[in-house]
Each structure stands twice: as C-alpha cells, then as structure tokens.
Design a protein around this ligand. Structure first.
Ligand SMILES: NC(=O)C1=CN([C@@H]2O[C@H](COP(=O)(O)OP(=O)(O)OC[C@H]3O[C@@H](n4cnc5c(N)ncnc54)[C@H](O)[C@@H]3O)[C@@H](O)[C@H]2O)C=CC1
Ligand SMILES: NCC(=O)COP(=O)(O)O
Length: 323
C-alpha cells in the first residue's frame, strides 16, 4: 500500500517556493503525491490547481493538477519582497503540515524555504530555522539536521549559532546525543544496518595533539571512545580538510561536523542541486530542499527544482513509498 500524501508547507511566498512546488508537480505528478499548503493564487500563472479539503484527496488530484490545501494569505505574492503581513501565514502553513504529519494523515512533511529574518520581523518568529521550531513543536529537546545526497551525508553538531559561539556550545553530552540520534536515524529510516560514522575535528589538523586547540582531546575524542565502547562504528576526530575528497567519503556513511558551514559547504559544493535537508529525531518525517528562498531570482522562472524534487522523493522513500 502507498503511503499517505506528503504535506508541503509553502515557505516564503516572495521566494522561489511557489515556483518550486509547481515545477516539482510537473516532474513528479502523482508518483509522489503532495499537497501544497498555502495560497493558491501565489502559484505561477497557468499552474493547474486542484483545491482540496482533505490531504487524503491529494493522491487522486495529483494526476491532473497541483493539489492545494488552501490558506488565504490576504495579499498577492511579491517576488523578491517578503510582505510583513504574510509572515504569520507562513508559520501557520508550517503548523498545518506539522499537524498533518504528526497525526499520520500525511506520510511526511516537506518544507519549502522560509526567510528567517522576514519571519522574525513580521511574525516575531523566535526560532533560527524550521529545525529548531519543529523540535519545539514536537516537544523534543534535541533533533539532528542532516543534509543528504547520493554523494555525501553530513550533520552539523551545532546548527544556527554564530561561529564565535561554537566552541562553548560543543559539549560532550550534546555531541553524544547528536551522534546517537544520527546512528538511530540511519538505521531506522535509511535502513543502513551498521552505519559508519566519521567525526570531524573542530580545529586545524584536528587540534594537532593539543597545539591548535583542545576540543578534540577534551570533548570530541572522549565521546568517540564512549560510543565505540557501545559498539557504534565511529572514527575520528578527523582533520576536516581531508574528510570530503572522494576516497575519504567512501569510508563513511555520514560525517559529523562541528559547525554549520563545516558540514554544508562540502555538500552544497559537491551536490547543490540534489542535496536534501532531513530532520532526525522527530516523531514524523521532515525533509526540505537544501537551499533558501533565493529572493534574487524569485518570479523569474529560473529556479532549479531538483533539490525540492529530491526532498519529496526522499520523504516518500523514507515513508515506505517507491519512486
Ligand atoms: N530550509 C530553509 O527554510 C532555509 C532557509 N534559508 C533562508 O533563505 C534566505 C536566503 O538565504 P541565502 O543564504 O541567500 O541562500 P539561498 O539558497 O536562498 O541563495 C543562495 C544563492 O543560491 C541561489 N539559489 C538558491 N536556490 C536555488 C535554486 N533552486 N535554483 C537556482 N538558484 C538557487 C540563489 O539565487 C542565490 O544566488 C535566508 O533567510 C536563509 O535563512 C536558507 C537555507 C534553508
Ligand atoms: N542552511 C540550512 C538551513 O538553514 C536549514 O534551515 P531549517 O531547515 O532549519 O529551516
């Protein structure tokens, strides 16, 4: 039996989200059914639309049109310019997707990108991203952000914090939990029986034995030792600069990195078009394209939908579907 359809939150309407939803439907049709949660008038002109009242109707509707669970935003889409009055609706669309995925009426949620500053300014949104918001809404105190493609999987152990705050946010208990959640997610969702986990150091040359920083000795190394004693296949701390070339990537299933850009630069450089953001540790499946709102190209019809298509496909497969 096929999974239920996927709930897709519209994200920032002034960004490329509406174009991506229409283009993803063109490519996937009913093979990976999803319902767009947002204002139907924001979808590109000429997009065939089927307004539905229950997500269960999306599977049939997707054969001929983009299924939409309509939400009135009270204004037009203005490409490139977030409208403060629409910010609370953007959050409401995420909430609707959480509700549907949380109740099992949707197989998963797939979020289109939000503009974090626009949501903070327009709706007082106090979270640095979906990842933290979803954890809060689901009542989970720690989740893991994983970026995945066929070439690489990466996890930043610290997520949306200033670089200067990374060292004091790296703690043994948090790092251990991040690695355990990743291990569990790869086993349960990705069906990798014995995940091989490589852990990067924080400092140049993984600290060079303490001469270039002590986090490897005091935090990262002890966590690895503890997990190895529990029979988890974890290696490191590895020098981050030599962790991402082809031969190194062949030795692990996921790289745990110490901060956002250490993880995201390699995957976006290698596979920007097919990278998918997956949140591990939630009671439901959540994926997203790996990029942001791209306000600079919104409305121009040039946005590449590949990452969104991959995000939908991955959500579908993780939910047990085939595509
Ligand atoms: N999951 C989410 O909701 C995410 C949201 N963001 C947010 O997006 C906003 C903009 O962030 P930026 O750092 O500028 O990153 P961005 O990914 O929006 O744009 C960076 C560059 O990549 C291009 N680009 C992005 N996606 C593209 C696509 N599908 N096709 C063709 N070109 C594409 C853009 O035109 C731009 O030149 C920020 O508010 C950020 O927080 C960023 C990443 C993820
Ligand atoms: N750069 C990745 C990113 O910002 C992911 O954000 P979110 O999925 O937490 O909204």
């Amino acid at each position: 039996m096929s999974p239920a359809p996927i709930a897709m939150s519209c994200g920032e309407p002034s960004g490329i989200g509406p174009e991506l939803a229409a283009a993803a439907w063109e490519i996937l049709g009913a093979t990976v059914p999803f319902a767009y949660i947002g204002d139907p008038s924001h979808l590109p002109e000429g997009t065939p639309i089927a307004e539905i009242s229950a997500i269960g109707d999306a599977a049939d509707a997707a054969a001929d049109a983009v299924p939409v669970l309509p939400m009135a935003f009270g204004g037009a889409r203005v490409p490139g310019a977030p409208q403060a009055g629409q910010a609370s609706k953007v959050v409401a669309a995420i909430d609707r997707a959480i509700e549907l995925a949380g109740e099992g009426r949707a197989a998963a949620m797939c979020t289109l990108p939000i503009h974090k500053k626009a949501l903070a300014d327009g709706a007082g949104f106090a979270f640095p991203g979906h990842t933290e918001y979803l954890a809060d809404r689901a009542g989970v105190d720690r989740v893991v952000m994983m970026l995945a493609s066929d070439l690489l999987r990466v996890v930043p152990a610290t997520i949306h914090i200033p670089l200067a705050e990374v060292p004091r946010n790296l703690r043994t208990d948090g790092l251990e939990r991040t690695i355990r959640i990743t291990h569990d997610g790869l086993r349960r969702l990705f069906r990798i029986e014995h995940p091989r986990i490589a852990v990067a150091g924080l400092n140049p040359h993984a600290g060079e034995g303490g001469r270039m920083g002590r986090e490897e000795i005091e935090i990262i190394g002890p966590v690895i030792e503890k997990l190895v004693a529990d029979d988890i296949d974890v290696t490191g701390p590895h020098s981050a600069d030599t962790l991402f070339h082809a031969a190194a990537r062949a030795r692990y299933d996921v790289a745990i990195c110490m901060y956002h850009d250490q993880a995201l630069v390699p995957i976006k450089t290698l596979d920007f078009d097919r990278g998918v953001n997956v949140t591990l540790g939630l009671p439901f499946i959540r994926t997203s394209p790996d990029h942001g709102t791209a306000l600079d190209i919104a409305g121009k019809g040039v946005a590449n939908p590949s990452s969104t298509v991959e995000a939908l496909r991955l959500a579908w497969r993780l939910a047990g579907g085939q595509c």
